[in-house]
Ligand binder design. Structure first.
Ligand code: COA
Ligand code: AMP
Length: 629
């Protein structure tokens, strides 16, 4: 069947389409009802279905005779370790993990935070939680203690799973002191912390609260998967929004498994037994969906890579991994390809490896520039497929569905809408725009399976942030346009979110920290273009008039404050002191205009600007540090 037929089928009768897709999974009680819209705009997929996500990701493959197939292929060039876990071994490990949860009094529906580096135990913890009906919340290792504390307070975990350290190319990151600090900052205190001691560092354990991973598991029962409702939450994943308070995106069990299972053969063209590699981190949605759940649910082997595209040890590591593990599909962020291209522009390192197993390179997380796509295509000789998605959806909104029909690739576009996503480009008043016209990208409700049913503990915020601006639609927060062939082009965010190396950061969050510096009277953070990371944050600060300290010192302290409070992932290294911020007459800071000036893009003088002269001052200040030229 062609893409257009499948898309039209899902549009005409989405219930029948997704019930059909659901039949490919193993259910305890197969769903008879596709969607419950009684509480619209809250829609719930498969309200009468019952299942277990871990069963579908692990046990069913063992039952089908694939127990000796590799489930996880762990490759850590950074520590010089590599080994595999078969589905048999993964089943045992998740069963023991579930027994461990039970032993420490964690029960179905409780939350468990996972703050871990890229080691197999992190995946075991995620799946083990799913097996026991416990809601996991993975926090990326590059976040600082204060960010972890916010998440602890929001989801109130009974247990936290962590490790003694993570390995970055230039240093060891000690996780345990960060965890201890986070728990001292948070109001909510977890009862138990389970700590995996890695070879490089042995963490000090707090008596009565902390327990070493193996000790915690010793003698634990091996538990079978528990039955959960399709609508029960599988995980919470925090993402950046407009403010410093992260939003806890909720993912349900049933809809998530159905959509991911559909996506693997249809979008990525995989079959059970194929090797799939998403070179991301389990702390991000790409890691949740395409390192852990989707490949395993679809019976593929997934590569868990603890390293970087360059420097571990060199820009050939991706090609080495493809060769060693016979990777069929690689999924990464454009920034990773840019890093490799910069280090090895002629692709000499590629010639050292046999990458003939590779059939596709998928890119997402940020806008994929044509240079990067063309370079990768020329060097690898496989289709390079840009696709667009968000933490909120958990799977691609737009893609080129390689398993259905390889549509023509258009540079700069993540191609076309996937089934269930009915997209309109809207003007500010919510009126649909025609092809070629730039506007807000909105998706008609109800969203397809796997998309967030709500924000954790904040139904009202969910409605306000996503469903209010354009009634009847989900506001994606992205702006763009559609061409005459219905290909979408994602151009910018409509909110104050910036995208740094494929990581989503809130400028509001960085501003909240900057504003806490005693000399800072006012501030704004904008995204400025960067060749490698796509965007970098730049802090603009106005100091109190009585501040007599050296400006360099204040700037260095401001950088340090953000790194300490938000974490190294902020990539926050640049601060510029200015006299005043450009604002509208109603007091809104003109961040987007300043970004455009910094990037030397075309910009219009906002009609509502308070004092047009300020923008000239800003341009001069930006020029002094190499921007706006
Ligand atoms: N734990 C602790 N610290 C971490 C971390 C983790 N899990 N991951 C990153 N960091 C730190 C890094 O050490 C770095 O700290 P530093 O500035 O003090 O050196 C900082 O966070 C920024 O890290 P990163 O964004 O990885 O930048 P980099 O300069 O080290 O590497 C790239 C640049 C392009 C190689 C890297 O950004 C990359 O591989 N990006 C791919 C992004 C990706 O996979 N995104 C997922 C979405 S699909
Ligand atoms: P995250 O929720 O962290 O995955 O970030 C989602 C955001 O990243 C989207 O809203 C977009 O702004 C951006 N993004 C993701 N994929 C793409 C893509 N293929 N092209 C352009 N932007 C993208």
């Amino acid at each position: 069947m062609k893409y257009s037929t499948i898309y039209a089928k899902a549009l005409a009768d989405s219930g029948a389409f997704w019930l059909d897709a659901a039949a490919a999974l193993d259910w305890v009680t197969p769903p008879k009802t596709a969607i419950d819209s009684k509480r619209a705009p809250f829609h719930r997929w498969f309200p009468d279905g019952e299942m277990n996500t871990c069963y579908n990701a692990v046990d069913r493959h063992v039952a089908a005779g694939r127990g000796e197939q590799n489930a996880i292929i762990y490759d850590s060039p950074i520590t010089g370790t590599a080994y595999n876990l078969t589905f048999n071994k993964l089943q045992l490990a998740t069963a023991r993990f579930a027994g461990m949860l039970c032993r420490y009094g964690v029960t179905k529906g409780d939350r468990v935070i996972i703050y871990m580096p890229m080691i197999p135990e992190a995946v075991i913890a995620m799946l083990g939680c799913a097996r026991f009906g416990v809601v996991h919340s993975v926090v990326f290792g590059g976040f600082a203690a204060a960010e972890l504390a916010k998440r602890i307070d929001d989801c109130q975990p009974g247990m936290i799973i962590s490790a003694s350290c993570g390995h970055e190319p230039n240093r060891i990151v000690e996780y345990k002191p960060l965890l201890d600090e986070a728990i001292s900052l948070s109001q909510h205190k977890p009862r138990t912390c389970v700590v995996y001691q890695r070879e490089a560092i042995t963490a000090k354990l707090v008596e009565g609260r902390d327990v070493e991973w193996h000790a915690a598991h010793e003698g634990a029962e091996e538990l079978a998967p528990v039955t959960v409702k399709a609508t029960d939450p599988l995980y919470i994943l925090y993402t950046s929004g407009t403010t410093g308070q992260p939003k806890g995106v909720v993912r349900d069990n049933g809809g998530h498994a159905v959509a991911l299972n559909w996506s693997m053969p249809s979008i990525y063209n995989t079959q059970p037994g194929d090797v799939y590699w998403a070179a991301s981190d389990i702390g991000w949605v790409v890691g949740h969906s395409y390192i852990v759940y989707a490949p395993l649910i679809a019976g593929c082997s997934t590569v868990l890579f603890e390293g970087k595209p360059i420097g571990t040890p060199d820009a050939g590591v991706f090609w080495r991994i493809i060769q060693d593990h016979k990777v069929k599909v690689l999924f990464t962020a454009p920034t990773a390809v840019r890093a490799i291209k910069r280090a090895d522009p002629s692709g000499e390192l590629l010639l050292l490896y046999n990458t003939s197993s590779l059939e596709y390179l998928f890119l997402a997380g940020e806008r994929a520039d044509s240079d990067t796509i063309s370079w990768a295509h020329e060097k690898l000789g496989v289709p390079v497929v840009d696709h667009w998605w968000q933490t909120e959806t958990g799977w691609p909104i737009c893609a080129n569905p390689m398993g259905i029909e390889a549509l023509p690739i258009k540079l700069g576009s993540p191609s076309v809408a996937m089934p269930g996503f009915e997209i309109d480009i809207l003007d500010d008043a919510g009126k649909p725009l025609g092809s070629g016209e730039l506007g807000a990208i909105a998706v008609k409700l109800p969203l397809p399976p796997s998309c967030l049913p709500t924000i954790w503990g904040a139904d009202e915020a969910f409605v306000e942030k996503y469903l209010t601006k354009f009634p009847g639609y989900y506001d994606s927060g992205d702006a763009g346009y559609r061409d005459a062939d219905d290909y979408l082009y994602i151009m910018a965010r409509t909110d104050d979110v910036i995208n740094v190396a494929g990581h989503r950061l809130s400028t509001g969050q960085l501003e909240e920290v900057l504003a806490d510096h005693p000399d800072v009277a006012e501030c704004a953070v904008i995204g400025v273009a960067d060749d490698l990371k796509g965007q970098l944050p730049l802090g603009l600060i106005c100091l109190y008039s009585n501040c007599e300290r050296p400006l360099e010192q204040v700037c260095a302290e401001a950088v340090e404050l953000v790194k300490r409070r938000v974490g190294p992932v902020s990539a926050f290294n640049q601060v510029l002191v200015i006299d005043r911020l450009p604002k509208t007459r109603s007091g809104k800071v003109l961040r987007a205009t300043m970004s455009k000036i910094a990037d030397n893009e075309e910009w219009n003088m906002p009609a509502t600007i308070d004092d047009p002269m300020i923008l000239e001052e800003i341009a001069t200040a930006l020029q002094s540090i190499g921007y706006a030229r």
